[in-house]
Design a protein around this ligand. Structure first.
Ligand code: SME
Length: 161
């Protein structure tokens, strides 16, 4: 996978628009359609006390709220680290939103002061879909997004907690 090319493409895609929600919506669609073998890609945003609330995504309808610190997404949020799970069925704290998902990667969305305001989560129907090289490359893509969304987005003030 040529993540350098994808990085340049996503940078171009987001560069003309200043609205953060619009850019996040296009980012989720871009990843879903350009990275092969995915069945879901999208955002969860931190609500009250670390609960994660569904944001823009592509794929089948998903869980709207993930309890604080739970699931692959909660682990990425709490640890502020990218979490790769090769086999979600072997990961005890995995939260099943779509039974088609076999492997998963969740990346924290970090603001300029190091606070995490959400995660970007990707599911694949293929076991061990996300290699270390994928984690690095997808990290580049998420960094392009977080450069365009450098602090907790103001539209999250209206998040129903
Ligand atoms: N599986 C995730 C929940 C979100 S869905 O995959 C879209 C988790 O364990 O956090």
């Amino acid at each position: 996978m040529d993540y350098q090319l994808l990085e340049a493409q996503v940078r171009a895609l987001l560069s003309e628009e200043r609205d953060e929600l619009a850019n996040m919506a296009n980012f989720a669609s871009f990843v879903y359609h350009e990275v092969p073998d995915l069945n879901w890609a999208g955002f969860y945003f931190a609500g009250r006390a670390g609960e994660l609330v569904l944001g823009p995504f592509n794929g089948r309808p998903a869980c709207t709220r993930l309890p604080a610190g739970r699931g692959v997404c909660g682990a990425a949020f709490m640890s502020k680290q990218t979490i790769v799970v090769d086999d979600v069925n072997a990961y005890t704290d995995h939260i099943v939103c779509d039974s088609a998902s076999a492997s998963e990667i969740a990346l924290p969305l970090t603001d300029q002061s190091g606070e995490v305001y959400g995660v970007f989560d990707i599911d694949s129907p293929r076991t061990a879909r996300f290699t270390p090289a994928d984690a690095v490359g997808i990290g580049w893509l998420v960094r392009v997004l977080t450069e365009r969304v450098p602090s907790r987005p103001s539209f999250l003030e209206h998040l129903v907690r």
